[in-house]
Every structure is written in C-alpha cells, then in structure tokens.
Write a protein that binds this ligand. Structure first.
Ligand code: UFG
Length: 344
C-alpha cells in the first residue's frame, strides 16, 4: 500500500508542485486547503500533470473538528507537509492578529492531532526570513535567529519553536523544518504555477506581468545597497527543485533516518543573484525586453542573503538542479498560459 501523506495548502503555489512530486514518488496524497489563495481547478491541473487525482478536502486548518474528521476519513496518514499559511509580508503588518491566528493555530491543531492518529512526522515550511540580515554569507543553519521584521516572519520563528517545544515534551513525532530561500518558476508543463492575488508583491510575478503588458514597468527597489550593482541579492530556488526537497524530507521521516527528532535545512541554490542580474537573466532566457526603472528602497528589505545548502546536499541528498534561465523560462511560459486561458 502507498504511504498516505497529508498536504495542507496543497493547492497553493509550492504545495501543488509538491503534491505532483509526491505522487510521482509513489505517495498517496490528501490535500486540505481552504482555497483562500488558490482555486479548486488546481486539483484538475495536478491530475493533468501526474495522471493521479489527489483526494481534496476544502477545509481551514483553524477548524480543529474538521481536521480531526479528515484524519478519521483517511486512516493511516503517515506524515504531514504543512504549507497552509498566510504569506503576505505587508498584509501581516496591517493585520497581525489574522496572521498570528491563521499561522499559529493551524500548526497547533495539527500537532495536537498527530499523536491521536499516529502520524509520524511533519515537514514545516519555514523561511530564510528567520535569519534577517545574516552576519555571515552564505548563511548556514547555525546562524542566529534575528528579530523578525514582520508578523509574518515572526509566525515562522514562533512555529519553529512550537515544533521544537512539542517534540522536546516527548510527543511521539519528529519534524523537518525547511527554510526556503526565494521560490520562483513554475512546472515545466505550464499547468502549475504561482497565481498572485492583485498586484504582485514578489519580484518574478511582477517581472512576468510586466513582460506580458499587465504592468507598465518594474520598479527595482533600491540601487544604493552595499552590493556589486547596488541592488538586493537573493537566492532564487526553482519551485520544482524545492518541491523535491519535501519528498526527500518525507522519506527521511518515514524511514526514520533522522539524526535528531527535529532537523532544519536551508533549501536554496547556494548562489546569490542581484535584482538586476535576475532581470537580465529573464531577458536572456525569454528574449523579451523588460521595462524597468530604479525606485526607492522598499521598507523591511534585507540587503543580501543566500544559502549555504551543504547540510541539505549532504544529509538529505538533495541539490538544486534547474538553471536560472530554465526557471525564468518556466515562469514566462506559465504567464503565457494564463493569458491563453484569459486568467491574467
Ligand atoms: N523587488 C523589486 N521590485 C518588485 C518586487 C521585488 O525590486 O516589484 C525586489 C525586492 O526589493 C527584493 C527582491 O526583489 O530585493 C526580492 O523580493 P521578493 O518580494 O520577491 O522576495 P523577498 O526576498 O522580499 O521575500 C521573500 C518572500 C517572503 C519571505 C522572504 C524571506 O516573499 O515571504 O522572501 O524568506 F519572507
């Protein structure tokens, strides 16, 4: 029998790509998603890519009784990947309580239910945001956690602590915390990708919408940083590569290969790219000229961060593989498909 995995937020951007990779690796997936930032069509698209329709329950992870019902309906769930969360940094500053409630109570509900249903472990979506501006680059998992810049970032830190405290209390579960750097791109089939709500806040969605003419011009936020070309540096990780990291994390939990009951891994490429370098890579990969201008710095931005992914490379046996050009091309093909379907 296939091992059954619960994926919360499984119709979202990273979640949907991960569901496909899990299915292709032979797992059976149950998705829970409240569709607050995604649509039910994603389930059809997952099926179109993998040939397998995942079980889908429209449910908010804040609904404890509802979640209990999902575990009862799908017996034998072995592990959870918990993506479901609110993720807009700016919105979290405006609506902190919404973010604290959504992101923290959802995790608590899952952790409370895991022992009851003998769920072995949880993979948690964390973020390099926990490092703030690191003192040393590339940043390793040993780097100190810095005070969060936003309620969103704080929920990631608090959730990491909640998981550690729960495991330390003797709960019969284990956990892998994956600290993502900047996920970008789309599935090569162009059937799955990121669907931003309204004006995109993130760089690549803004670039592709500018390239296709939905936005007039990209504003590059700040060119007076202490970096070679003055623009901020990030570690852009292909979303399918990122999805694969979850599959190896799940097998590590199920095969009980963990050295400690809570492990943490940076999931990045190990290479930093500036905003300008990314724009030029997009132009090169797609042949599309991008309209952009320099603009003032954006409040709260970190100057530069990129991962030391050695631990994930060695312990998980995972490595980012896709080139930045292929990744940006996949984002562009996804945008072209959205246009074809009249979505955006
Ligand atoms: N940027 C622009 N113009 C834009 C959008 C972004 O110049 O229109 C710049 C930003 O200033 C930044 C870089 O592009 O220098 C990347 O910005 P993103 O918003 O794409 O990504 P961030 O690094 O700011 O944030 C991402 C996630 C957050 C997460 C954070 C740290 O969106 O959820 O990484 O992990 F918290």
């Amino acid at each position: 029998m296939k091992d059954r995995i619960l994926v919360t937020g499984g119709t979202g951007y990273i979640g949907s790509h991960t569901v496909v990779e899990l299915q292709q690796a032979g797992y059976e997936v149950v998705i829970v998603d409240n569709l607050s930032n995604s649509s039910a069509d994603v389930v059809d698209n997952i099926e179109a890519v993998s040939g397998i329709r995942p079980a889908f329950e429209k449910l908010d992870c804040l609904d404890f009784a509802g979640l209990d019902g999902v575990f009862a309906k799908y017996p034998g769930i072995k592990a959870i990947i918990h993506f479901a969360a609110s993720k807009a940094v700016g919105e979290s500053v405006q609506k902190p309580l919404l973010y604290y409630r959504n992101n923290i109570v959802s995790l608590i509900n899952l952790l409370e239910l895991m022992p009851k249903y003998h769920v072995q472990g949880i993979v948690f979506s964390s973020s390099c945001t926990v490092y703030g501006q690191p003192d040393k680059l590339p940043v390793t998992e040993e780097a100190p956690i810095k005070k969060a810049e936003s309620p969103y970032g704080n929920t990631k830190q608090i959730n990491e602590e909640i998981i550690r405290d729960t495991v330390a209390s003797g709960a019969p579960i284990s956990a892998i915390l994956l600290r993502y750097f900047n996920p970008i791109g789309a599935h090569p089939s162009a059937l799955l990708g990121e669907l931003p709500n309204g004006v995109p806040q993130n760089l690549v969605p803004y670039i592709v919408q500018t390239a296709i003419g939905i936005r007039e011009k990209l504003s590059i936020f700040g060119n007076d940083y202490h970096t070679p070309d003055g623009t901020c540096i990030r570690d852009y990780i292909n979303v399918v590569d990122l999805a694969k990291a979850h599959v190896v994390a799940i097998s590590r939990i199920l095969e009980q290969k963990q050295k400690e009951k809570v492990e943490v891994f940076n999931i990045g490429t190990g290479h930093g790219l500036s905003v300008l370098q990314l724009v030029h890579a997009f132009e090169k990969a797609t042949g599309v000229k991008l309209n952009y201008q320099m603009a003032p710095r954006r409040a709260g931005d970190i100057e530069q961060v990129w991962a030391d992914p050695t631990l994930a490379n060695q312990k998980l046996g995972w490595k980012a593989e896709t080139s930045i050009e292929d990744t940006l091309l996949s984002a562009w093909k996804w945008q072209l498909r959205l246009r074809e379907k009249g979505i955006q």
